[in-house]
Design a protein around this ligand. Structure first.
Ligand code: NAG
Ligand code: NAG
Ligand code: NAG
Ligand code: NAG
Ligand code: NAG
Ligand code: NAG
Ligand code: NAG
Ligand code: NAG
Ligand code: ZN
Length: 762
């Protein structure tokens, strides 16, 4: 039918496009295009009229269907189907299967899991699922029956029972499990240092300063024992080494991981005196031998001796039961205010022991084996219907220190269920997303984000061009209280919209995941981008809009600064999940639904639901912080912030003008949609400055600042230059940074501006 065809042509906006587009097109091109369109329309009209008076030919119908497919918007009923099909019992069974064995990266069970994920994704109906191999430098304790079986602290001496004073090397429940790693910290140098024990609180610089200056304890040659938390594991070792300590022991004080009166496992989910947190000690994430490049088989690998991210002295975790045996026998002064933990002892500083242990020293035995191991990322995909070259990615890590039911196998269990539900829709030909949906299961996250970082290094150019959003999950289900989210500013609204559509996991039909999350506030809290999980390299190296999410517990009354009680221990297991965290798996279901809805929304909307204006308050706040914290000093040095203010003003203007463009956009014109979609993604990526010194902290807003002293919210490059970060310090460096940041922000404005921004400012 001619009328129908004509209507669709109008609805498709082609004539409107030409009119609206004329601002940016040369007049000549406009005329040619108009003539061309007119000719084509006329020809089509004639052909249609010729062959059929009342209906379209088969050929026309096919052409029409193809065109409609290009402009077809998201089908929200698919969202409901995904929501209905997600089955909590299947997620439970996935988790049960996946937590049967400890699956530390690079071990046999870890490889089996990668293969299981790949095969399940294929069986579930994904178009592709492959293993992407890498060779990573990993670090292991003596494993199972092999190895010396004494990664432990011993009180050394000639006249005492060795066995009685040696600390445990594994949770008793895991004794004899060939796949369970003993208590260890990855990348600790091996060694057997001996020394008197001193108690150094959290092992921060100020703690050692107190010992040396206020308490006059010379830490040279000592072994430090410190509480877990407040400072990175590796940093504690660096701080201890700086005052001459030869080894360091970390234990989780109940005051820092449990709540008073909280039942410990197996009666509750709090940490018992036999559990120990494992973890990595690298000072920077990423595979240590191949910085900047993927750890492929042909990669150049730094000699081990040149690696500077390892802790300088042996470092070992022990349980609080064992720590108590040492701490209660320490001699010396009582600890100062703020150092006490909650063990039933008098905390003393040392050095050395009292009574029948007097004159005894402590020996740490660390037998870590640093070795290059094969590790896989599993990557699966659903190819997009209209824009297969635009990817929406969902990922989580599948490795765990032990069984890792919470961290992060809960997310893997969800990922398997999501692919089943989406795969069924594909099989039944009920749905195929507009853009490609890519699933990732990352290897070796626990060792320092290796899988995701090496992947980003490997595919940085593809991802920079094509990845529109990365959605991460880690520590997926740690509680039933509320969603916890960290995200790029541009994803705020998309997350709000998606979570408003998901029923709360609690038995309240009127509440949504959004309501649980907002907790009565006007809008829920969204955190920033941290280095704690796999989204960071996407955000910091490529500039992809990213988010990470989890369902968390109510932290009221919990100690601050540490994770959930059984984090990284042998008690993060299926039993804890089923009895204390999510007995009916309704939280898993709610999180799977949230992820499913986000993926559907981001992959299916004709216009990407990404915001750009959200960068304006971020930029303004950073500028304010710069003025507040450094304004006077900069004035004295003659450092002007005018360029920076101008770039931010330009960005703000460009953002306002882009809103006009978006308001006028013809959603039915696929080319116009693609143009603005590309801009919506590109503006995020424009905040990347590849000249930044650090190998993957390339983002001028979200890269971590090296200096943790000062709490400035200024731009990280400026903060670093002010306090001696990796880019160097001093006023010349400050000037360089201010200019580089100003330029980078202006680049983001240029990306949002109309196509004539290529010709420079008007
Ligand atoms: C360590 O040694 C003890 C006894 O020497 C043995 O019972 C235990 O199975 C060993 N554990 C591991 C993990 O090798
Ligand atoms: C340690 O000594 C310094 C300088 O004498 C003093 O200012 C500080 O308050 C002392 N710290 C504590 C925790 O007593
Ligand atoms: C600390 O002890 C070491 C080794 O015993 C010694 O070389 C150093 O001079 C001592 N430092 C102080 C400040 O006494
Ligand atoms: C630490 O706890 C003990 C009791 O265990 C108490 O006597 C002491 O005063 C506390 N010290 C500080 C500084 O809070
Ligand atoms: C180190 O680990 C690798 C891989 O598990 C193993 O093949 C090798 O025997 C181990 N070396 C030592 C000294 O334990
Ligand atoms: C969340 O879990 C806790 C601990 O298991 C339980 O006491 C509480 O009732 C649960 N809350 C909701 C809203 O289901
Ligand atoms: C920045 O400072 C200006 C002027 O002091 C103030 O009006 C504005 O609200 C501040 N903006 C932010 C985001 O803090
Ligand atoms: C901001 O835009 C104006 C007008 O286009 C231009 O003159 C100025 O150089 C821009 N500022 C920066 C930092 O590029
Ligand atoms: Zn994790």
């Amino acid at each position: 039918m001619e009328a129908e065809y004509g209507t669709i042509l109008l609805a498709s906006g082609q004539p409107k496009t030409v009119e609206e587009g004329q601002k940016t097109m040369s007049k000549g091109r406009y005329i040619i295009l108009a003539v061309l369109c007119g000719t084509v329309a006329l020809a089509v009209g004639v052909i249609i009229g010729w062959f059929s008076k009342s209906s379209l030919t088969e050929e026309d119908r096919v052409a029409l269907d193809k065109f409609r497919a290009l402009v077809r918007g998201a089908d929200e009923t698919v969202g409901n189907t995904i929501m209905d099909e997600i089955d909590s019992e299947r997620i439970r069974e996935n988790l049960r299967e996946l937590t049967k064995k400890p699956h530390m990266a690079g071990t046999a069970p870890d490889h089996e899991m990668a293969e299981l994920i790949r095969q399940t994704w294929l069986d579930n109906g994904l178009d592709e699922a492959r293993l992407v191999p890498y060779d990573f430098l990993l670090s292991y304790p003596p494993m199972g029956e092999m190895g010396p079986n004494n990664t432990a602290v011993t009180v050394d001496g000639t006249d005492f029972e060795f066995e009685d004073t040696r600390t445990a090397h594994i949770e008793p429940e895991l004794q004899g499990d060939p796949d369970a790693p003993q208590f260890f910290y990855a990348f600790s140098p091996p060694g057997n240092p001996v020394g008197e024990l001193v108690f150094a609180n959290y092992g921060r610089p100020q703690d050692f300063e107190y010992l040396e200056k206020n308490a006059s304890i010379n830490c040279t040659g000592k072994i430090a024992i410190v509480k877990y938390g407040r400072e990175g594991r590796g940093t504690k070792a660096t701080n201890a080494a700086a005052v001459g300590a030869v080894g360091i022991i970390i234990y989780p004080d109940p005051a820092d991981v449990n709540v008073p009166g909280g039942q410990v496992y197996p009666d509750g989910w709090f940490l018992p005196g036999t559990g120990v947190e494992r973890g990595s000690t690298l000072s920077d994430p990423g595979e240590p031998l191949t910085p900047g490049y993927p750890a492929t088989d042909y990669a150049y690998r730094k000699p081990l001796g040149d690696v500077d991210v390892f802790p300088p002295i042996p470092i070992l975790p022990i349980s609080y039961n064992d720590a108590q045996e040492y701490l209660l026998r320490l001699s010396g002064e009582e600890v100062p205010s703020g150092w006490n933990g909650s063990l039933p002892i008098t905390y003393r500083l040392g050095p050395g022991f009292t009574d029948d242990w007097a004159a005894r020293e402590v020996r740490i035995n660390v037998y870590t084996n640093t070795t290059i191991q094969r590790v896989y990322n599993v990557i699966g995909m659903i190819k997009g219907r209209v824009e297969p070259d635009r990817y929406v990615m969902f990922g989580n890590h599948y490795d765990a220190w032990v069984q890792g039911a919470i961290d992060d196998t809960s997310s893997t269990a969800i990922s398997l269920e999501l692919t089943r539900v989406m795969g069924n829709l594909l099989k039944e030909e009920k749905w195929r997303p507009r853009r490609s949906v890519v699933f990732a299961a990352w290897g070796a996250e626990e060792f320092g984000l290796f899988g995701s970082m090496e992947y980003v290094e490997q595919y940085a150019k593809l991802l920079g061009e094509r990845l529109v959003t990365y959605v991460n999950m880690d520590v997926g289900v740690a509680g039933n209280y509320s969603l916890a989210v960290g995200a790029s500013p541009s994803l705020r609204n998309a997350i709000f919209e998606a979570t408003k559509r998901i029923p709360s996991p609690h038995n309240d039909p009127d509440k949504t995941v959004y309501d649980d999350w907002a907790q009565g506030e006007e809008t829920p809290y969204i955190g920033g981008i941290t280095l704690s999980t796999d989204h960071s390299s996407f955000a910091l190296r490529v500039g992809t809009p990213v988010m990470t999410m989890a369902y968390d517990y109510d932290k009221t009354g919990y100690p601050t600064g540490t994770s959930y009680p059984v984090y990284h221990t042998g008690y993060d297991n299926m039993d804890v999940m089923e009895r204390f965290v999510d007995p009916d798996f309704s939280v898993h279901r709610a999180l799977a639904r949230t992820a499913g809805e986000l993926l559907r929304y981001l992959s299916d909307e004709v216009l990407l639901p990404l915001e750009w204006e959200q960068y304006v308050p971020v930029l303004t706040a950073s500028l304010n912080a710069t003025v507040t914290d450094y304004g006077t000093a900069f004035e004295e040095q003659g450092i002007s912030l005018d360029g920076l203010a101008s770039a931010i003003q330009n960005f703000s203007d460009a953002a306002a003008e882009f809103k006009n463009v978006m308001d006028r956009i013809d959603k039915d014109n696929p080319i116009q949609a693609r143009i603005v979609n590309d801009q919506l993604v590109a503006v995020n990526k424009a905040f990347i400055d590849t000249n930044r010194q650090h190998v993957f902290f390339k983002h001028v807003l979200f890269s971590p600042a090296y200096c943790t002293l000062g709490t400035s919210n200024s731009f990280p490059g400026i903060v670093d230059a002010m306090c001696g970060g990796p880019q160097g310090e001093g006023w010349e460096e400050v000037k360089k940074q201010v200019a580089a940041i100003s330029f980078t922000i202006q680049s983001a404005a240029d990306v949002l501006n109309d196509v004539d921004s290529i010709a420079g400012p008007k």
